[in-house]
Design a protein around this ligand. Structure first.
Ligand code: SF4
Ligand code: SF4
Length: 254
């Protein structure tokens, strides 16, 4: 199962065009990725890094990224270089593609270096279809995208919190932890990793929100949604689109 999942990720990565990235490292935020990609990344990191360095990176204190608001710096960035390059995620491989701008992803800060794809270029429709096939690898494993949690991916720091923090157990999260632990051995960090993102609290608020739909007054629901949207920047984009859509339905659009 794990082997098949990782082979599918590798095949998908192989389809991506090269990007004439200058390697400045400026866009290296904690990358958003699917469960299968997270497993691929961490297994690759375990193979490429000495155990002590791997451990040190994962246990390092998260730093806000100076240029990308509400994003953490990726702990695999060493100077300007990626120390796990061949295991990097799809987001790392796609970033800098000119066609990415056409997808209109909210709050995305694009590569400012005006770089071009090398080899076959691809358009926005192709990237959209590729992303759909990427999330289908996860969809085969768990109740992906189901209400109220809508899990399609997380940044690397959130995946680590899910792996280690057993108190994140609402809905699909217990399944996610079981799958992560079935596919990835991070036992050497057990007992030392401290949750970093506030995901537990955010998920609890999503649970409360789900339970009170149609019962609470709009002001209470709005307050909860604004907190879910704004108070957990370390969780990256998780549930931001959903909170915005619900706020818009209450007449509090952006
Ligand atoms: S994609 Fe752009 S910002 Fe990111 S490392 Fe390459 S050149 Fe730098
Ligand atoms: S995994 Fe590598 S390429 Fe991706 S964000 Fe981290 S340092 Fe950058």
């Amino acid at each position: 199962m794990a082997h098949d999942m990782l082979r599918r990720i590798e095949d998908l990565y192989r389809e991506l065009p090269g990007v004439a990235c200058e390697g400045c490292g400026e866009c290296c935020v904690s990358p958003a990725c699917t469960l299968a990609e997270f497993v691929y990344l961490m297994k690759g990191a375990g193979e490429q890094l000495p155990a002590g360095i791997f451990r040190e990176r994962v246990l390092s204190t998260p730093e806000e990224h100076p240029s990308y608001e509400n994003n953490l710096k990726c702990f695999f960035l060493t100077g300007n270089s990626c120390c796990v390059h061949s295991a990097r995620t799809g987001a790392c491989r796609l970033f800098g593609l000119p066609a990415l701008r056409e997808l209109g992803i909210r709050d995305m800060v694009y590569c400012a270096r005006g770089i071009k794809a090398t080899g076959d270029n691809v358009d926005a429709a192709w990237i959209r279809e590729w992303l759909e096939r990427l999330v289908q690898v996860d969809a085969a494993l768990y109740a992906y995208g189901e209400e109220p949690y809508f899990v399609t991916g997380f940044n690397v720091h959130c995946w680590l919190d899910i792996y280690f923090d057993e108190s994140i157990d609402a809905g699909v999260f217990s399944d996610l932890r079981r799958l992560l632990r079935d596919h990835l051995d991070l036992g050497f960090l057990e007992g030392t990793y401290v949750p970093q993102t506030g995901l537990k609290e955010k998920v609890d608020k999503i649970s409360v929100l789900s339970a009170m739909q149609g019962m609470a007054d709009p002001e209470t629901i709005t307050r909860l949604l604004v907190s879910i949207r704004d108070d957990y920047p370390r969780t990256g984009t998780y549930y931001v689109q959903e909170a915005l859509a619900l706020l818009a339905a209450l007449g509090n659009g952006p």
